[in-house]
Structures are given as C-alpha cells and as structure tokens.
Design a protein. Structure first.
Length: 469
C-alpha cells in the first residue's frame, strides 16, 4: 500500500504529537497536531464536495461498496496498526475491520423512501429526503474504526460529506483508513483530521457543520452539544453506559459463565455497552463469583500483537488510573477481590482481570462507568430488588437478563430502563437495528435505517390533483 499522503485540507500544521503503545507505554510514532486553519479548509472542501456527492445516489452506493472492498483489502496493514495504538488483541482488530466493511456494504444498500401523506385534501403531498451538508464525526479510542464507520457510513449514504476526528490516543489507524478510502471516494467527501484539543471543540462548534455525531463521556458530550448549539447543528450523542446483567434464580451458571465473562471483559472492558455490574440471587451469588473469578484467573493477558493474547492492556495511562482508583476505593470500603484487584507489574497499562464481591452498592465501581477489566458481583433477594438496583443509575444504554425460562427473562428485561435489552447474551448488535440510550447515555439514534434518517431532513412537496386558477 502507498504511504499516506495528506490532501490540501489534511496537511499537517507543522506540530506533531506522540502516539503511545499501550503495551509498553512508550511512543512509537507521531501524528499531525492539526489546528483551526486545517479545520476551516476541511469544512470548506466538504461543503464543495457535497454539491455533487448529494446528487447521485447510484454513484454513492457504488463508492461505498468500493470503500468496503478497499477496507477489507487493507486489513493486513490496518489491523496491526490498530492493535499497536489501541492495545486490543490482533484477532479483535481484524474483527473490527470486518465490521467496518460490513457496515459500509449495509449502508450502500440503504436508501430513503419517499412517502405519500394520505388525507382528505385534493392535494398530493409527498415526503422526500434531503441531505444535511457537512457532518462532524468525533470518535473515541476504544473502537476507532468501527465507531468511525458507524458515523460516516450512514452520513455518506445519505448524501452528506464528513469531517472525521479520531481520539488523539488512536489517530494513526484512522489516518490510514482515510488514505484507503480516498481511492474510492471523491476528494473532500471524507476528510480525517488529527489533533489534540481544542480541535474537537472547534469542529463541534464550526459554523459550516450541520450535524455533529459524537461518542464519548457525558461531560465531553455536554460540551459538544453546547458547541453545536452555537450553530444550531443537529447532534447525535452516545455517552456510554453502566449496563447491568441480572441473573435469575433458574440460571445455569456454568453454561452462561463464559458468555457473561466476555460480555464484561472483551476489549479489556472498554466497551460502552459491556456488562459492568452483575446482580445474582443470594443462593447463587458465590457460585457466580467463583465461576467468573476462575475465568479471570485463567485468561491470557498480554500485548495485543503477541500470539495467544486474549486480553490486552487498557488504552492509556489515565484510564488505567481511573480503574485503579475505583478498585482501590471498593477494596478500602470492604469489597474483596475474588480475582485480580491490582495493576500488573510490567511495562504498559495492564490491569489484572478483576472480579469483586462484597461491594457496597454505593461504591463508584458500581454507580459509575469504570470502563475497564473490573466487574462487581452483587447479591439480591428478590427480582424487584434486582430491577430497582439495575435501574438506579443515571445511565441507560443496555442491560441483560439471564435465565432458563425465556418468557420470564423477557418479562424482566422489559422492565429495564435502557435502549437495548438482551436475554442470555449481551452487547451484540445487528447492523439493521437502532442503537440508542436513555437518561444520560445519549441523544438521538444510530444504526440501521434510523441512522440513515438521522442524517437526512424531510422535504415535503404539495402538488394539486388538478390545475387550479
């Protein structure tokens, strides 16, 4: 593959910042620290490209299909780089690339449907759909490619153009992705900008941006929404979660233990919709803790590029410090680590897979999103008590119920205050489904046709059924 060559709107400002390998804690490359001048040029270019991009749906679909092919072909270059800067095992990086290509193909086949308004007037009224213009996509570091495609694929399919800003912790793979896609997309349709703050704030508040889509923390989401409000741009915010898993008293603990463990610990727990709390009936609590702890002790932790690694490091030093702080607080308040409970004594940002029991229910590791390889298991006496505890959070992204009686489990799942509920599994999404949270977990809807229409504006045309004077 040819080395990345930035276009006019992507030229580096001269300054660069280091990109660190989470497995070592050391810098292994640099990325351009782009500023307001590059941002202005990128938005102008996106607006110019929008004029032709929005006008030819067939060409857009063909370009998205070509983009998917290009992403798959570039897998051997993208995957090791993604692992190097994010930390996840190489197999998971390949899975993320496959999901990125699949999403491009799904949206290549998606198209808005005109709709006739049926009423008693002598007028034919039809709802058509128009693209919005340049879209800002601001992406976090846990799934940099997958979450980027979740934003730009529907935006591009709808006829918009995109300015994409990855996290400064994971800029390199996204820049390479931009280079890969440049062979399939017209110039200016998708521009990747890398940089530290205030680049994200400037992008969110830029007057030329018509839609801001962001994934990240609640405080940053509020700041993004405030910035977008200055230009009355549309916002879609996915702000994380504190998903609960409720185990019913008929659950087969050993049968579900592996699924439950990986629903919590995949990507080192750095998944917005991972299981972050487990509620188990009192009589099964100790068996659940034992089963999860056994798996935590057996999992292979190491650098993502090492063969056999099942769990990599946390992505950055600040996130490791957060996980350490929450874990130490829980242990100081009386919790017990059935497995782990500490960072690993090795270079990089590794924390032992941790299962906590005897955790006070008001501990931050229960009430907040720890976003790491730490899982509290809490006992409950009645299902009502478990549902109340699961809902007693400011988050509402996802949740799950686990048991043998599927009808009963579904009835309990229907009581969860969240956007998605699973039964006997967790954190699995179809490309065709809506993805949204309630409470502080987000604003707007992504995924499936809802993601497409979220990037469109209705345009209504009224035509008389017969000529009138």
């Amino acid at each position: 593959m040819a080395p990345y060559q930035p276009g006019p709107a992507q030229a580096a400002a001269g300054e660069r910042f280091a990109v660190l390998d989470p497995a070592t804690g050391e810098a292994f490359d640099e990325a351009p620290d782009q500023r307001a001048q590059e941002l202005d040029a990128a938005v102008r270019q996106a607006h110019e490209a929008w004029r032709s991009w929005r006008s030819d749906p067939a060409a857009r679909a063909a370009a998205l299909l070509a983009s998917a092919d290009a992403v798959e072909a570039a897998g051997p270059e993208l995957a090791p780089l993604l692992t190097r800067e994010q930390g996840k095992p190489l197999t998971e990086s390949y899975a993320e690339i496959a999901r990125t290509a699949a999403r491009l193909r799904w949206f290549a086949a998606a198209a808005p449907e005109p709709r006739t308004i049926a009423d008693d007037r002598a007028v034919h009224s039809e709802i058509r759909w128009r693209s919005l213009g340049p879209v800002a996509a601001i992406v976090p570091w846990n799934f940099p490619l997958q979450l980027a495609s979740a934003k730009f694929a529907p935006a591009l399919a709808a006829g918009n153009t995109v300015v994409l800003k990855p996290s400064p912790f994971t800029p390199l793979t996204t820049r390479l992705l931009g280079s890969v896609l440049s062979a399939a997309l017209p110039e200016g349709v998708l521009t990747v900008l890398t940089g530290r703050e205030p680049l994200g704030a400037l992008l969110a508040s830029h007057p030329g941006i018509r839609h801001v889509t962001f994934t990240g923390s609640v405080p940053t989401g509020r700041a993004v929404a405030a910035g977008a409000a200055s230009g009355l741009a549309r916002v879609t915010l996915e702000l994380g979660g504190n998903d609960a898993a409720i185990l019913l008293d008929d659950v087969d603990v050993e049968r579900i233990a592996d699924r439950l463990f990986w629903a919590a610990f995949r990507n080192c727990g750095q998944v917005c919709m991972a299981v972050k709390r487990v509620y188990a009936p009192v009589r099964l609590h100790d068996r659940v803790v034992e089963a999860l702890a056994a798996r935590a002790k057996a999992v292979v932790v190491g650098a993502g590029l090492d063969e056999g690694t099942e769990l990599g490091p946390l992505n950055n030093a600040a996130q490791l410090a957060r996980v350490e702080r929450y874990t130490a607080r829980a242990l100081a308040d009386g919790a017990r680590a059935a497995a782990g409970g500490h960072r690993l004594d090795r270079p990089g940002w590794f924390h032992a897979p941790t299962v906590l029991t005897d955790v006070p229910p008001d501990s931050p590791v229960v009430t907040e999103e720890q976003f790491g390889p730490v899982l509290p298991v809490l006992p409950y006496g009645s299902v009502d008590e478990a549902v109340d505890a699961a809902n007693a959070t400011r988050f509402g992204l996802g949740g799950s119920v686990w048991g043998t009686d599927l009808d009963r489990a579904e009835a309990v799942a229907g009581r969860l205050e969240c956007g998605t509920a699973w039964i006997n599994h967790h954190a699995e999404l179809s490309l065709a489904q809506p993805f949204a949270g309630v409470k502080e977990s987000g604003v707007g809807v992504a995924g499936g046709p809802w993601g497409l229409y979220g990037n469109l504006s209705p345009f209504v045309v009224h035509r008389p059924l017969e000529d009138r004077p």
